[in-house]
Write a protein that binds this ligand. Structure first.
Ligand code: CA
Ligand code: CA
Ligand code: CA
Length: 879
């Protein structure tokens, strides 16, 4: 690892003696323990307001304030409109950032300034033209505080003592919908039950000086103004709402119309407590054990750390290990490592550095055994759509979405990236009921849509898990006849086989009723989409009948149009069918001994789709048809491999073999948009590109990942000539895996702009395993374990386990459908570390609503389970 030689003394000189807020090289204001960001992070057109944009305050290492700016609502929700940033000018002479904005639909332009003043700052709004009349009483200067940070804290309003509410019980009033500022996509987050009205929250405090949390140095912020300050609680409208400090812009005035003086909590002697990165599941005696210390740049690195064994009688034995300084990574913190691999005696240990002690962790030969059980036994069953899911005395949810789906209307677009083109590509008319869909599949993530990629991917990967690892664990009762699941209750059938069934039941239903797998089957209104709680209550479970009045049911039909929409714009893309074919064919193979009828049905559908589509699916004829990741992978390869494995027919092998071999040749890397999710590429540029994290996703001249892993997966089944070609390609591929780590102290590809990077770490570590399994000399097996060690706590920001409920210190909140209760669904894998501009790592563990940090995605399950099983195997091999 390359060390950045930066002298601690110089750094000490640079910041510790600074007086007042100053703009730094990354264009935000900085003083010890305080960072003020003025639109370094901007709003995202895909997910709208993510609570990661505008004027923000990071105080003593925590981002406690966000969303500063002029907004048109008292308490903006995620899908409320925000202004376009026209210009951002950094003025170093007077230590200010000047900003210009407009709300294009409202003919409203304004300027803002954020300017350092002593140890605090002033933020102001200037109007060159008076406020448009339609925005009087609506436009205001807002600043949002994360409520969870302030649970149990107090407030002074012009000196009057108050308690910040733990739960909202503020007052609201109803207004006619004509007064409402239209939300994004023209949709509404509010179900007004046909009354054409909307809710306006009232302030719970009003004054000229607010001091939040005067008792707490970490959280104290004071705001004062000559204008009236109001304090709103956004949670009256939305559980992810914030405390909003707000001044309404005056009507009929120009010039500087609002000015606030904001004083953060400043202490020049403050030093961030070290974050000691350890694996929360512990270590095997034989594996490498390296803790990573994430340190304040003003905190001189100590020479030693202690590893302390904790015995049953409470006695402890300490062993001293040297600390190696690694240097600065990604600007913000200094890093050091402690290699305590010499600890080999089984037992309980903790690590102590400069008086900070970690929680205990085990050292034992079986620490990796079964760490995936919570994920497969609990988290995954809870994600099963169209089923009632019981666990002990609790029912997680009822049989959801029994009303199937409606054909999504043509020329229609809605939240979460769903759009239907000018045609349906099906035999159905817009809004027509599509029968037979209330079976199988999983909720996509913290929301409840069925995403094609997730259902197809899980079905394929679970089939692979069965074949590669013979995963015969049975701890779940799954009955498709009565659509009932019981957790912690064996039923004699391996759970992974039942999950394959659950996938193909839905895939077959879609292929047979729609003709292909729809891009998504998703809630058709915004107020259903943001649903929290039991999915059985999102719809009425009755098929929509337009001849009945709304909110009236008759028998099994209902006049309430609450059924999901099937988005079928992808139906004219033959390449898009290939992953469905692969999943159906793989499932047919593994299901044959368990459910021969379903296996045969799946294979018939796969063969039919192949025959209809494989010629038209040639990538040469379908530019850009390789999926949303910017990589032009020929989907026909996987489809043909799975059809060959299932049928043994030579024609499939003859099809894929030359294609796989051709792709083993080194080629130019595909154009890649930083691995952003589809649609996010449209987000505005950020100051520090991903590559600065030291994790280049694609290295010039190296082979693309997918191609070699496909060849590796075939290695044992193919002849000597094929294997010889693979052997030639693998060394370069192994090098590219190493190169992807880049230059960071954690030894894995750290990343995560827009979305936490755990999935890329999992994929990278598992690809190391695929090489190691057949070419053990080419890959360090510790690189396989390093992926899980990162997930389990050896990562920046904190040392919490990113797998909920697994490990000693694990996530307390996650963005599941129970997030309103500030809890988790056990066994989920959160996205993890989010990298906010310019240099801020974050994974909040008190506020669950930041999806980029905390939303457990269903598609992560099989890759995480695969890596876990790989780590069991690797750990057992180390002596
Ligand atoms: Ca989704
Ligand atoms: Ca079972
Ligand atoms: Ca319905």
């Amino acid at each position: 690892m390359k060390k950045l030689l930066i002298l601690p003394l110089l750094l000490l000189g640079a910041t510790a003696f600074s007086q007042g807020l100053k703009l730094n090289d990354l264009e935000y204001f900085e003083e010890t323990g305080v960072n003020v960001l003025a639109f370094n992070n901007q709003y995202n057109g895909m997910f709208c307001d993510e609570k990661t944009a505008g004027i923000e305050l990071v105080q003593r290492g925590e981002r406690i304030v966000t969303g500063g700016g002029v907004r048109l609502m008292n308490t903006p929700e995620q899908w409320d409109i925000y202004p376009d940033l026209l210009s951002r000018t950094v003025n170093r002479e007077d230590q200010s950032v000047a900003l210009a904005f407009e709300y294009p639909g409202y003919d409203f332009r304004f300027r803002m300034e954020v300017k350092a003043r002593g140890t605090g700052f002033v933020m102001s709004v200037t109007l060159d033209e008076p406020l448009p009349a339609a925005l009087a009483g609506k436009a205001g200067l807002n600043l949002e505080f994360f409520p969870a940070s302030y649970f149990g804290k107090t407030l002074l309003v012009d000196g009057k003592a108050m308690i910040l509410p733990r739960y909202p019980a503020g007052e609201t009033s109803m207004h006619p919908v004509g007064e409402k500022i239209t939300q994004f996509f023209g949709l509404s987050t509010f179900d007004d039950r046909g009354r054409n009205e909307f809710i306006v929250p009232a302030p719970f405090a009003t004054g000229h000086k607010f001091v939040l949390a005067p008792e707490d140095q970490d959280l104290r912020v004071s705001i004062s103004s000559g204008s009236e300050l109001n304090l709103f609680d956004g949670r009256n409208l939305a559980q992810n709402g914030t405390f909003v400090v707000r001044t309404f812009l005056p009507a009929g005035k120009t010039g500087k119309v609002v000015e606030w003086d904001v004083q953060p909590s400043f202490d020049p002697s403050w030093v961030r407590e070290p974050n000691i990165g350890i694996s929360q599941i512990g270590y095997t005696p034989a594996q490498k054990k390296v803790a990573v210390l994430e340190l304040d740049r003003n905190d001189p690195v100590a020479a030693e750390a202690k590893v302390i064994r904790i015995d049953g009688d409470g006695a402890s034995v300490a062993t001293v290990f040297p600390v190696s300084e690694w240097g600065i990574f990604f600007n913000r913190y200094n890093y050091a490592t402690v290699d305590f691999s010499a600890i080999r005696e089984p037992g309980l240990y903790c690590l102590e550095y400069k008086g900070v002690r970690t929680n205990p962790f085990p050292v034992d030969k079986d620490v990796y055994a079964g760490t995936w059980h919570t994920t497969m036994d609990v988290w995954l069953p809870v994600q099963m759509d169209h089923m009632e899911v019981n666990e002990g005395y609790r029912i997680w949810h009822g049989r959801s979405h029994m009303d199937d789906a409606l054909q999504a209307p043509v020329n229609y677009e809605q939240q979460d990236g769903y759009r239907q083109g000018p045609v349906t590509n099906t035999k159905y008319a817009s809004y027509e009921h599509i029968p037979g869909l209330a079976v199988g599949a999983w909720y996509d993530a913290g929301d409840f849509d069925i995403q094609a990629g997730t259902v197809i991917g899980l079905t394929s990967q679970f089939a692979t898990l069965w074949e590669d690892f013979h995963l015969d664990r049975d701890q779940t009762y799954i009955d498709q006849q009565t659509q009932f699941v019981d957790i912690h209750r064996p039923d004699g059938v391996p759970d992974v086989i039942q999950q394959v069934e659950h996938g193909v039941l839905n895939l077959n239903a879609q292929v047979e009723n729609i003709g292909f797998v729809a891009q998504g089957i998703v809630q058709g209104t915004m107020h259903q989409y943001h649903h929290l709680g039991d999915a059985v209550t999102i719809t009425d479970g009755l098929v929509y009948d337009p001849s009945l009045p709304p909110y009236v049911a008759r028998g099994v039909r209902s006049g309430t149009r609450d059924d999901r929409f099937a988005f079928t714009g992808n139906g004219n893309n033959p390449a898009g069918q290939m992953s469905t074919i692969a999943a159906l064919a793989a499932a047919a193979r593994v299901l044959k001994p368990f459910n021969p009828a379903l296996a045969e049905r799946s294979l018939n559908n796969a063969v039919q789709l192949w025959n209809e589509n494989y010629q038209a699916a040639d990538p040469a004829r379908n530019a850009g048809a390789g999926g949303g990741w910017g990589m032009a992978v020929d989907g026909r390869i996987q489809a043909a491999i799975q059809l060959w494995r299932t049928t043994g027919e030579k024609k499939y092998r003859d099809f894929f073999e030359p294609l796989v071999l051709a792709q083993l040749k080194p080629q130019e890397p595909a154009q890649n948009a930083g691995r952003r999710r589809a649609g996010q590429a449209a987000a505005r540029d950020v100051e520090v590109p991903m590559a600065d994290l030291g994790a280049p996703m694609f290295v010039g001249g190296f082979i693309r990942q997918a191609d070699v892993t496909t060849a590796l997966s075939l290695y044992d089944e193919m002849d000597d000539a094929f294997r010889a070609e693979v052997r030639k390609a693998v060394p370069l591929y192994a090098q590219s895996l190493k190169a992807q780590v880049g230059n960071n102290p954690y030894g894995v590809p750290v990343g995560g702009r827009f979305w936490g990077g755990n999935e890329q770490v999992i994929t990278w570590a598992y690809n190391n395993y695929l090489v190691w399994k057949r070419f053990p000399d080419l890959v360090d097996p510790e690189d396989v374990l390093a992926g899980l060690n990162f997930l389990y706590g050896c990562h920046p920001y904190s040392n919490v386990s990113f797998v909920t409920s697994v490990g000693v210190n694990t996530k307390k909140v996650a963005y599941g459908n129970n997030r309103a209760d500030y809890t988790v669904i056990p066994g989920g894998i959160v996205p993890g570390l989010l990298v906010l501009a310019p240099d801020i790592f974050e994974n909040k563990d008190d506020y669950p609503f930041l999806w980029g940090e905390n939303e457990c995605c269903t598609r992560t399950v099989p890759s995480f389970v695969s890596l876990s099983l790989a780590c069991e195997e690797v750990a057992a091999s180390l002596k």
